[in-house]
Each structure stands twice: as structure tokens, then as C-alpha cells.
Design a protein around this ligand. Structure first.
Ligand code: GLN
Length: 477
């Protein structure tokens, strides 16, 4: 049995012949089978994973293997992998098979990563608990009574419980960082435009970013540097060169100036144990000679409303393509074109997705456009300006990742507003496009993990990852 610690050590074990890729895949398949009750995977790609493992084993022997040789990756079920099914955990994409690889998949495979399967998530990545999947809940492997977070819950559980070395998620408002926090792993959302969205099933295109869920910060750096960078298929990707994050974080030695948002730490909704821990972290940094100062950010109340107005608007447009005509589910009860649309969509989409399509269509409607969508855009601009202002004086913004640890199933289901407030600390980074990471920061006295979030200026991934790695060493859990 091979114990995974990080990608570098894994590569050393493969090079020395301690373990083979085929054995690693077998081990992962066994572990997925044993932990089936967690419902983290919607499908395991046994044949293609074993075939890839064989090829990579040969490449290792020949000395031609890529940087991710033998790394077992679980992909969220909204990322396309050619000739494999993808459903965004929705019935509407029933039986749909990807025609091409997402850019991130292409790049990971080119470096000899092995994709082990697709993971359960909230339908179309809409949710904070994984309770919105059409294929059942994912259980948190730390405490099975609790949600794993969402929407990339399956990927977080796959990594936390050792079924895969790395998970891919997408983060529109926290969907990588929040499940990472709930499951005790690292979750990283790069700057908007750093990683290609080609082959990601869109939720809200001006917010969505793909990123890794990993056991440690260094692995997140390795995966991100491979996925990031210019892509002719996605015009929103920056052509800025991608630094070698994993090299740059090694040389990291600076003491960045840290701001914490007073309004976050003083928020009534914040769990007292998390609050205490955040204050301890701040004190420790100060004791080590860092400048850590509280700053005012009196816009917390605007974050969640602006996020839900704008993302639902984009979702209503993005999801209009699921019409029952081109792909996925087509109602058997349809009699003409209009009933094909109505019935296919009515049967195919789940309740939360319908709620968001209706809300988004409403905020975009002629009579309400100015009052909601256009105002939301203005608020977004203001939030971006105010957030970037903080970076005129500070390098890092520190907040808790989430207001509390993982909650029990059903706790927020009846009240969407309560559920939406789970995203209060994570949506800022997506509204403003900045990079953000959740790093494990402790456990509650009931044993539930929670994370700390760090944010940095756009394209300051090296600083952010370097600082986070340093945090990991300073506060080991
Ligand atoms: N929980 C948030 C939502 O429901 C974030 C989702 C995401 O990042 N994909 O929209």
C-alpha cells in the first residue's frame, strides 16, 4: 500500500521502482470501491485509467515520462474528457459523451496524469453542500452526517479520503475553496483568466475558474502551473507568461503585509472557534514580525446579493442551450417544438437550477434590467475597486474560508438565503477576479476541519502560493 504525501515524493517512488502506475491505479480503484458509500464518484474510468497507467509505466522506464507521471486525478463532472460521459450532475445531460478534452484535461494528460473518474457535484455547480446533485448527496469523509461542501464536494472528498491524489474543481463563488475547507484539504482558485475554461460546462462565465484540490500547497502550485496559460480556445485567458509557481514558492522569503477584513472577523455569523483561531493566527504573524492590520470593508452585505444577481443572469443565458434539441434529455411526452423545450427542461433540471434560471431571467428582463442586472454590474465594479484599493497598501487579504465548519445534511435546505450566505467570504474573489486559496487551519472540538482564506492581487499566484506554503509550515495540522 503506497502512502501519498505529495507529488514530488510520488515521482521519486515511481522513479526508484517502489511502486508502479498500474499499482497506483489499482489502489485508487480499490479505495473508491471501499468508500462507495461516500458517493464521491459518478463514474470510475477503470479502462482508460489502467491503459494510461500502462503507457506511463513504460515511459517511466524509458525516461520520457511527464511531470505528472502517475498522479491520480479525479475531475469534477463539469469538465470534459473526450469519449467519456459528463453530466454536470444533471439529468438534462443524461448519456451525453464529451466530444473533446477540456484544455486542463489535455494539459494534465500531456504530462502523464491519470484521470480516474468524474466526481459528483451540485447540479451545474450550483450549491454549497452537494445536496443539489441529481445523483444523491456526497458524504463528508470526516463526518458522514455532514455535507462535504459544494459544489466540488466529490473532488474534495476524493482527495481528503485518499481515493485520488488530486481533484479538479470549478469555482464560481467558492466551489473549490468551501469544500476544501469542509474536508480539510487545500483548494485554490486562480486569477480569473489564468486557466482556460474551454471544456468546462459553464455556470457563470465571467466568474468561473478551474482549480485544484490537493493535500498541500506545493501540489496546487504544480497542477496550476501545468494547467495555466494562453489558450486559443478561450479568449478570456491571459497571455501573460506563467511563472513556475512550484520553483518560485521554494525561494519565497518575503514578509508580505497582511490585511484582515475587520467586518469578516467581527461578523455575528462567524463560528466562535474559527474566530478564535483566526485571531491566534494574526497574533502569531505579528509576533513573527509581520505587519498585520485590520481594514474596513463595509461592503460585506453587498457581496452575496451582487453575486446571486449576476451569476443567475449569466446562468439563465448559459443554460438556455439545454433545450432538449441538441443534446441530453429529450422529453418523451413532447408533441411539438414548444413542448419539447418546456417538457425537456422541466423534467431535466432540478429545483435549484430552475430557481436560478428563473431569477436570472427576471433580473435580465426588460422591465427590471436596470434595477437589478445593471445595478449588480455597478456594485461589482465598486467591489473590485474597493478590493484592489486594499492591495495598494497590503499584499495579502486574510479571512476565514467559511463562516462555520461543515453542517449537517438538511440544515440549510429549506432556506436558500441561509444557504447562499455560506458563500459570504468566498464570492469576493470571483466578483473581483482575484486569486484565492483555502488552506486547512484547524479543527473544531467536534473534529470538523475548517480553512483560512488568503487572497492576493490578480496574477500574484506566486506570492499567494508562497505565503500559503509558509503558513502550512508555520501552522502544521
Ligand atoms: N455556492 C456557490 C453557489 O451556489 C458557489 C458555486 C460555485 O462556485 N460553483 O453559487
Amino acid at each position: 500500500m503506497h502512502t501519498f504525501s505529495n507529488i514530488k515524493n510520488l515521482q521519486a517512488d515511481l522513479a526508484s521502482g517502489k511502486i508502479s502506475c498500474e499499482q497506483l491505479v489499482q489502489q485508487s480503484l480499490n479505495s473508491i470501491e471501499e468508500k462507495k458509500n461516500l458517493n464521491a464518484f459518478l463514474e470510475v474510468f477503470t479502462d482508460s485509467a489502467l491503459a494510461k497507467a500502462k503507457t506511463v509505466d513504460e515511459k517511466i522506464k524509458a525516461g520520457t515520462a511527464g511531470k505528472l507521471a502517475g498522479v491520480i486525478v479525479a475531475i469534477k463532472d463539469n469538465i470534459c474528457y473526450k469519449d467519456h460521459k459528463v453530466s454536470a450532475s444533471s439529468k438534462i445531460l443524461d448519456n451525453f459523451t464529451s466530444l473533446y478534452n477540456a484544455t486542463v484535461v489535455e494539459r494534465l494528460l500531456a504530462q502523464d496524469a491519470i484521470i480516474i473518474g468524474r466526481t459528483n457535484c451540485d447540479e451545474f455547480a450550483m450549491g454549497s453542500s452537494n445536496e443539489n446533485s441529481a445523483f444523491g448527496n456526497v458524504l463528508n469523509s470526516v463526518n458522514e452526517k455532514c455535507v462535504p461542501g459544494g459544489s466540488s464536494g466529490g473532488s474534495a472528498v476524493a482527495v481528503a479520503s485518499g481515493m485520488a491524489h488530486v481533484g479538479l474543481g470549478s469555482d464560481t463563488g467558492g466551489s473549490i475553496r468551501q469544500p476544501a475547507s469542509f474536508c480539510g484539504v487545500v483548494g485554490f482558485k486562480p486569477t480569473y483568466g489564468r486557466v482556460s475554461r474551454w471544456g468546462l460546462i459553464a455556470y457563470a462565465s465571467s466568474f468561473d475558474q478551474i482549480g485544484p484540490l490537493t493535500k498541500n500547497v506545493e501540489d496546487a502550485a504544480i497542477i496550476t502551473e501545468i494547467m495555466a496559460g494562453k489558450d486559443e480556445h478561450d479568449g478570456t485567458v491571459s497571455s501573460k507568461p506563467v511563472p513556475s509557481y512550484s520553483e518560485e514558492i521554494k525561494e519565497y522569503s518575503s514578509k508580505p503585509k497582511i490585511a484582515y477584513l475587520k467586518d469578516c472577523l467581527e461578523s455575528d455569523g462567524l463560528d466562535p472557534e474559527i474566530k478564535k483561531r483566526m485571531n491566534e493566527v494574526i497574533e502569531k504573524y505579528r509576533a513573527d514580525g509581520y505587519t498585520v492590520e485590520g481594514v474596513d470593508f463595509p461592503y460585506l452585505d453587498y457581496l452575496v446579493p451582487a453575486y446571486y444577481v449576476l451569476t443567475t443572469a449569466e446562468a439563465s443565458s448559459n443554460l438556455s442551450r439545454f433545450s432538449g434539441v441538441h443534446y441530453g434529455h429529450r422529453s418523451k411526452n413532447a408533441t411539438d417544438l414548444e413542448s419539447t423545450y418546456k417538457k425537456s427542461r422541466g423534467e431535466g433540471f432540478g429545483a435549484e437550477v430552475k430557481r436560478r434560471i428563473m431569477l436570472g431571467t427576471f433580473v435580465l428582463s426588460a422591465g427590471y434590467y436596470n434595477a437589478y442586472y445593471s445595478k449588480g454590474q455597478k456594485v461589482r465594479r465598486l467591489l473590485r475597486d474597493k478590493t484592489l484599493n486594499i492591495f495598494n497598501e497590503y499584499d495579502i487579504i486574510l479571512t476565514p474560508s467559511t463562516p462555520g465548519p461543515a453542517f449537517e445534511f438538511g440544515k440549510n435546505s429549506a432556506d436558500p438565503i441561509k444557504m447562499y450566505l455560506e458563500d459570504i467570504f468566498t464570492v469576493q474573489a470571483n466578483l473581483t477576479g482575484i486569486p484565492a486559496i483555502s488552506v486547512p487551519a484547524g479543527r473544531t472540538n467536534t473534529g470538523l476541519p475548517y480553512g483560512i482564506q488568503f487572497m492576493a492581487k490578480p496574477f500574484e499566484e506566486s506570492l499567494l502560493l508562497g505565503f500559503s506554503k509558509n503558513f502550512e509550515e508555520k501552522f502544521p495540522f
